[in-house]
Design a protein around this ligand. Structure first.
Ligand code: NCD
Ligand code: ZN
Ligand code: ZN
Length: 353
């Protein structure tokens, strides 16, 4: 158990319960940032075209494993992208064959590559019925896509108009509300039954909406759901460090090429993988909660998913870490979260259990 002044912290190997690994050259550039610090990750299916079949998920999993360095210890856990048309049999067979760990619900139009997402949750009720029966988790990008609703209110409106009725209809369904950004979501999750949990990103624990406009427009602080007011960030920090097992780690690391972010219509997504664990450690340290990092990072997620805990461990040291201003390779440049900053925590030695 680390003391507040501890200069190092060793925790069970963590997992990332929400990760975008992309494909092709981008994947080859960025995959190892996650593989070096996480033992498993839930891989988001929002490729173009999206991963909607067992065959596509298996092929994607093979491509991921192909770009990882030899000797890696990283297991990609694949997800199915729910569309209006996807059938319950494909989902259930994929789950029983160990291909689909979970299904992902993108409300159509809510975020990056969500055009093929679900236009009305009632369209996927037969799939949800089956998932509830088989115990397969539903992962949700929880925002309404309506342009009539203020962008800062879209998560809170989703809770009321979509999620609450859905949980009423499927009280036993395992649900993870992904990358929560509001005090409203924190309260909602706390009040919900044991089958409902949430992930929290490293960046939403650190930035509020002011970060988007600090001295000018800051495209690298832009992601969806967009960061909210400071009191929401405080509620997220409280939830993440509270020891409540309903809140666990999901980085939502979502790289886009620099020119697609620094553009007249910049893409949503923050590339936090290079500093994910270090950033969480910084926040937990600031909240005097380093002793709660292990639960959040390494235990609550697998327990929720019904998967075994990892056997290995990872050590973070209180040591200056200078974050690169840019990550380049394969003719791509990507700006990481915390670019150019010096962080107080540095991961790691990883050891096999
Ligand atoms: C993600 C992406 O780029 O794929 N972007 C983001 O801002 N978080 C999509 C998502 O997780 O919503
Ligand atoms: Zn999302
Ligand atoms: Zn995401």
């Amino acid at each position: 158990m680390p003391t507040p002044e501890a200069n190092q912290v060793t925790i069970r190997e963590p997992d990332d319960w929400h990760l975008h690994l992309r494909d092709d050259d981008m994947m080859a550039l960025i995959a190892n940032y996650s593989a070096r610090q996480f033992a498993r990750a839930i891989i988001m299916p929002n490729l173009v075209p999206p991963v909607t079949t067992i065959a596509a998920a298996e092929a994607y999993r093979d491509r991921i494993l192909d770009v990882l360095p030899t000797g890696h210890r990283f297991t990609p856990l694949m997800t199915a992208y729910l569309t209006d048309e996807i059938g319950p049999d494909e989902v259930e067979t994929g789950h029983t064959r160990g291909v689909f760990t979970a299904c992902k619900l993108y409300p159509a139009g809510a975020t990056t590559n969500s055009a093929f997402g679900v236009t009305d949750v009632r369209n996927i009720y037969p799939v949800l019925e089956r998932m509830q029966k088989t115990g397969m988790p539903l992962l949700i990008h929880g925002e309404v896509a309506s342009s009539d609703i203020d962008i800062f209110d879209r998560e809170a409106v989703f809770l009321e108009t979509v999620l609450a009725p859905l949980l009423g209809d499927f009280p036993e369904l395992k649900v993870v509300l992904e990358h929560i950004t509001t005090a409203d979501s924190v309260q909602f999750i706390q009040a919900a039954g044991p089958s409902v949990a949430a992930t929290i990103t490293p960046h939403h624990l650190r930035i509020d909406r002011n970060a988007l406009f600090e001295g000018g427009l800051r495209p690298h602080a832009y992601c969806l759901p967009v960061a909210k007011r400071t009191h929401h960030r405080a509620a997220l920090r409280e939830a993440a460090t509270s020891g409540n097992p309903k809140f666990f780690l999901g980085t939502d690391s979502a790289p886009h090429p620099r020119h697609d972010k620094e553009s007249a219509c910049g893409c949503a997504g923050i590339f936090c993988a290079p500093v994910a664990l270090e950033s969480y450690a910084l926040t937990f340290d600031e909240e005097n909660a380093l002793d709660r990092l292990e639960g959040f990072a390494s235990e609550f997620g697998p327990n929720f998913y019904g998967l075994p805990l990892n056997e290995g461990s990872i050590t973070l040291r209180r040591e200056a870490l200078t974050v690169p201003k840019i990550v380049t390779g394969n003719d791509l440049s990507v700006v990481p979260f915390h670019a150019g900053e010096t962080l107080a925590w540095c991961a790691m030695e990883r050891s096999q259990g």
